[in-house]
Design a protein around this ligand. Structure first.
Ligand code: SF4
Ligand code: SF4
Length: 58
């Protein structure tokens, strides 16, 4: 599963966007979008300064 974003925590700093090796995170006006080409490497989760990203799961 690709990471999930906690929209209430995310302060849209962009750190995760810059760290994604496949450039699949996009800052939208009010949300963060992660596209399906995510390789689930987990780097964005590690780099988020306020733990707003987490590996999801159904
Ligand atoms: S898990 Fe890796 S590939 Fe997926 S969005 Fe985060 S940094 Fe990008
Ligand atoms: S690194 Fe964390 S706080 Fe910054 S934009 Fe990404 S999810 Fe939001």
């Amino acid at each position: 599963m690709k990471p999930e974003v906690n929209g209430e925590r995310c302060m849209r700093c962009g750190a995760c966007v810059g760290t994604c090796p496949v450039n699949t995170i996009f800052l939208k006006e009010f949300t963060l979008e992660i596209n399906d080409d995510c390789t689930e490497c987990g780097m964005c989760v590690k780099v988020c300064p306020i733990d707003a990203l987490y590996m999801g799961g159904d």
